[in-house]
Design a protein around this ligand. Sequence first.
Ligand code: HEC
Length: 677
Amino acid sequence: MRIIALAAAFGLVACSAEVEQANDEEQLSANVYQAADGYDPNDYVDNFTLLDHEGKAHELYYFQDSPAIVVMIQGNGCPIVRNAWADYKAVKDEFSDKGVQFYMLNANKQDNRERLKTEAAEFSYDIPILKDETQLIAESLGVKRTAEVLVISPEDWSIVYRGPVNDRLGYGEQRSTTDNHYLAEALKAVLAGERPETRIRRSKGCIVNLPETAKRAEHAQISYSETIGPMLEKNCASCHEEGGIAPWAMTGYDMIEGFAPMIREVVRTKRMPPWSADPHIGTFNNARGLTIEERQTLVHWIEAGAPRGEGPDPLASRVSDATEWPLGEPDLIVEAPAFDVPASGIVDYQFPTVLNPLDRDVWVKAVTVVPGDKTVVHHALVGSSEEVTKPGEGDYSDVFDNYLIGFVPGAESYVYPEDTGVFVKAGGEFRFQMHYTTSGRATTDRTKLGLYFYDKPPKHPLRQQVALNLALGIPPNSVGHEEKAYFEFDRPATIYMLFPHSHYRGKSSTFEVVYPDGREETILSVPDYDFNWQHTYSMEEPLSVPAGSRLIHRTQYDNTGRNISNPNPERTVPWGLQSHDEMLYGSFMFRWTEETADNILHDPLQFDIRQFYGFADRNMDGKLARQEMWGRLAKSWDEGNLKQADADGDGALSFAEYYGMTLARMKRAQAAQQKSR
Ligand code: HEC
């Protein structure tokens, strides 16, 4: 007894024979599991989303049509888990193709992602190890020891079996054969539509140190007034206020108490506050999110009954700090045309445009978007263009012609990095991409854009480019299909901002840099992409990359029926502007490190061709080979036209060859035009 308590208290992994002895002293009856604090075997398993050791997101309730989900509690350095793996894997190999999902779950404080990767590689774990970094999930599952497996039935989300994989393993000893295949028997029962006869078996494994389970009583002392209220005020109330985008306002304790179970759910599933970047990769100066400690405190307070306690109510006395123009009176205000938002239903993205009233060129220093009706404007992207769109012809990508700002509630303003600005030429138009959500009440929105100008040109022009794939194709009923594209910087560049975009089937996205020396670095990972939240990721430290570096954008798609937003899983999905089609669209803002406003180095032709190469060159070897060509391109090659550009005769077009050919053609066309005048 004492040893266990001590081991738990000091976070030691207890796996010795002494522990077993101590365990026996506990007089646990052979088949009855002593439930950990708070675990009732009749409890449902509430939904959760966790990232695995590779940074991929997994949501439990995604598998609601599976016969069962199996989770083995894992811990690095625990011999029982390592030994049980072969048996667990055998069960996995037998039942995976029957739709059963297999996971490991690690809640050990000492096991971080890097250590999990090492352990997984060393012991050949080929299933996701879910990292429960707040320990909240393990606590609610009543976890005590590693090597225990939990079989969860999506029928009612109950745990239909918990215990060892089989009877082979003990502390310090193991048998070579197994008489009782508990897990396999349990799964057979579930697949036959029955429940396993024995629901709970005592399991041997290393104790998982969950210190908060012993402190349940203290959780009732967490102060609403001093801790919870201020936390919600800081992280949530800018949206959850009267007239804000969120459907309910955090106006005081009674609202929080009422929504407490729902708050617990959105924290466990990482839905709120809205922010999708993997916190292990990169730091962003517009990041949202609660820290591990904050999430623990908030959920523990809710699980303790969300007590009001003493002290004033910070949310009741909160005054919204929303002023119309937080950066001061703008130099130019552009008002989008009024749009009538219905009370309910889904509103397609809107693409209003407004003629640029300026008769002079300007350098923009900062921008603010003021939604006309905050309850319906979910996001707004704004750009400018020298061209004027015909009515009804605007689309998603138009705003990126000369991109200015991506607005989501709580991020109204964007001040461009020091000494950089976006050039807006006189004439043309401003372009909006508006995403409205209905709020139950019909309303009219009139969103405004405020622009702030430099008095004299800034040092560096800020530029925007996209790694995209116009030739994508996502197979029907597939999950994990990947599309990728790169942009190669032909001169040194400094990257400031990243913006991954796909539609309803987008599942996860990354941006990676591949340096000329081959080194790779992931600079943004969005493991759980949500079409509804178009976040811009603004890098805390701008990244300077040498000439020859590539920025690679990848997106994985979920084109199955399990993806509830999927409009049609039976379709091979092509590129398209509408949400029922797809995109691979990785926009980024950067500057040419050596470019200044009075020494423009930018070459628009090269820019365009590099964008095309970034997806046409599927194997990313820097050349366009015949087998990578399609449509008109392939035809032109076969007819001999393109082939002429293959100066070195290697059967493929390098970027330089293609660029040289295009430039020569343009010059010829220009000359011909001049002649005919
Ligand atoms: C950027 C704005 C924003 C912030 C910040 C934000 N929310 Fe929300 N919240 C929303 C919106 C919008 C919804 C409606 C659902 C949606 O659109 O995803 C919502 C919905 C919810 C819901 C209801 C769940 C549901 O199914 O709709 C809860 C609970 C919630 N938020 C809690 C929180 C908590 C707790 C925080 C802070 C830790 C927070 N939110 C921060 C915008 C926000």
